[in-house]
Design a protein around this ligand. Sequence first.
Ligand code: DQA
Length: 144
Amino acid sequence: MKVLVLHGPNLNLLGRREPEIYGSKTLDQLNEEIEALASQLGLEVDFFQSNQEGVLIDRLHQAAGTYQWIVFNPGALSHYSYALRDAVAGIGVPTIEVHMSNVQAREEFRARSVIAPACVGQITGFGAASYFLALYAIFERAGI
Ligand code: DQA
């Protein structure tokens, strides 16, 4: 079972970006923890981060046929990228949207995701554990 963990804009800044909201772990540290849990659950994970909408779209297109699941934190693009939503809807790979912060409890513009309706579900507000919960959901769905 191969899972692509896709991080969108500004997630490369984790560790120094608004630590009171996103915590002090770097993206590399987060990915290591995701990797450790994935291997315990028998999932194979690859990681990709980009600050570019088009690059994320290309990566989603390439994912079809290779990955059985995608865990996607689209960052601020969640709130307005119809192109990413169409990519998720178009590739036919079940996708879970994750957010580290609770997007419902912040500025109004964050409360809406245009991508989530194309996803299997959305997990928001649990920091690094948002990603871990997504892996558990895949594990449960896959009946591993
Ligand atoms: C985020 C929430 C978004 O609103 C924000 O733009 C991000 C990070 C999160 O993980 O909490 O970049 O996706």
